[in-house]
Design a protein around this ligand. Structure first.
Ligand SMILES: *Cc1c(COP(=O)(O)O)cnc(C)c1O
Length: 413
């Protein structure tokens, strides 16, 4: 391999078609933010939007803003925007609640739609909340319902004719590995099961083609690659063919066919609105819309292309400048087989990440040994990758990570 130099990265920055997006984000100085896969950076205009909402819409418009400022329809308005980013049609996506709560709703729907089947197939190594949620549902259903936990290599064999739903995360939170959504969904349907995908590490990171892959249901969050802000709402996708027949279990008034009729009995809306349960955090949702709007202005192919390049160069630089330090690449080497983060294992991963953060390079750590680096094409420069690996190499060479101050483990890693 040809020796990589910083001037090559400078050249890439000069010709980067996405470079102008960086100025839309507020980033602290002397910081290389490689954690946008966990909490996206703040769009500059998020502050104006929050101020406008609090000052004008709430402060002056008061209750009238539910209509006049579009608060009531915001879950659908935002859902329709997110639909563009994940290969869905208008009317198939709604923004609301959290990923976990939304997963509960769609899993429960799937079990109701396949009443003669009692198995959910999931990946045991998935982000735990998805598995916890499924455990809670299965426990409540009782009566022989179960989760079949498998890993990727055993996945298609596990999708047998007793399976009601196959519920997978598209891009793995730890390894960054991307599953073949279209192929697995086809196998799922061949067995008569329904297909549910978690897009937390996909939405805004790579092209997602839900309808092209014929997916039944999907969920995801907006605070990672969509830059929606801490705790911003999640979303639900339900393919149009299920509208009307699906019935989600959290039957609150926002999902009623006619909420302001105040009927005594629940009557489900026949469209995506049925996925709603109750009053949403309007402030958080309005701020999330700012992040989604920026994403809609960017071309997803350009984002994906830059993301592949950033992750590949990071891996190449690690191999050029950080050998001899026991790092193990945990992310697939093939760029089509990964999302937009790279994970490397090291027995002292936590202390190394703390030392990196103290030098202004922010990634995160996932127990027991994973250092995770997220690459967000809208606000990262190629030179950031060079500088980050340069700092990592210095920390390893000087053994700075061994310092006592880097051994403390906080609640959020
Ligand atoms: C980030 C993430 C979540 C977050 O779930 P919340 O309910 O929004 O806290 C869930 N699943 C996966 C796979 C994630 O990566």
């Amino acid at each position: 391999m040809k020796l990589l130099t910083r001037s090559y990265f400078e050249e890439l920055d000069r010709t980067d078609p996405l470079s102008h997006f960086r100025e839309k984000f507020s980033l602290p100085e002397n910081t290389i933010y490689l954690d946008g896969n966990s909490l996206g950076a703040r769009p500059k205009t998020a502050l104006n939007r929050a101020r406008e909402l609090i000052d004008q819409e709430w402060g002056k418009g008061l209750i009238g803003s539910w209509n006049a400022a579009g608060w009531w329809d915001l879950p659908l308005t935002l859902g329709n925007k997110i639909a563009h980013l994940i290969g869905a049609s208008p009317g198939e996506v709604v923004a609301c609640d959290t990923t976990g709560i939304n997963l509960y709703k769609v899993l429960a729907i799937a079990m109701r739609l396949r009443p003669d089947r009692k198995v959910i197939v999931m990946e045991g190594s998935n982000f735990p909340t998805d598995n916890y949620i499924a455990e809670g549902l299965v426990e409540q259903l009782g009566d022989g319902y179960e989760i079949r936990f498998v890993e990727e290599d055993a996945l298609t064999r596990a999708i047998t004719d007793d399976v009601a739903a196959v519920c997978l995360t598209h891009v793995h939170y730890r390894s960054g590995r991307a599953l073949d959504m279209k192929k697995i969904t086809r196998v799922t349907h061949q067995s008569g099961a329904l297909s549910i995908w978690d897009l937390c590490h996909s939405a805004g990171a790579l092209e997602v083609e839900l309808n092209n892959a014929k997916v039944d249901f999907a969920v995801g969050c907006t605070y990672k690659y969509l830059n929606g802000g801490p705790g911003s709402p999640a979303f639900i996708f339900m393919a149009e063919r299920h509208h009307g027949e699906a019935r989600q279990p959290l039957t609150g008034w926002w999902g009623h066919a006619d909420p302001f009729a105040f009927e005594q009995a629940y009557r489900p809306a026949e469209n995506i609105r049925q996925m709603l349960t109750g009053t949403q955090s309007v402030l958080s949702m309005a701020v999330a819309e700012v992040g989604v709007d920026i994403m809609l202005d960017a071309d997803m192919q350009k984002i994906r292309s830059k993301s592949k390049k950033l992750t590949s160069l990071f891996i190449d630089l690690l191999e050029q400048n950080c050998t001899d330090h026991d790092f193990v690449l945990q992310t697939p080497r093939s760029e089509v087989a990964r999302g937009s983060h790279v994970s490397i294992g090291h027995p002292h991963g936590h202390a190394i990440m703390q030392a990196l953060i103290s030098r202004g390079v922010i990634g995160d750590f996932r127990a027991p040994d994973t250092l995770r680096f997220g690459f967000t094409p809208l606000y990262l420069r190629y030179t950031d990758i060079w500088d980050a690996v340069d700092k990592l190499a210095q920390i390893m060479a000087s053994e700075q990570w061994q310092h006592r101050c880097f051994q403390k483990v906080e609640a959020v890693t």
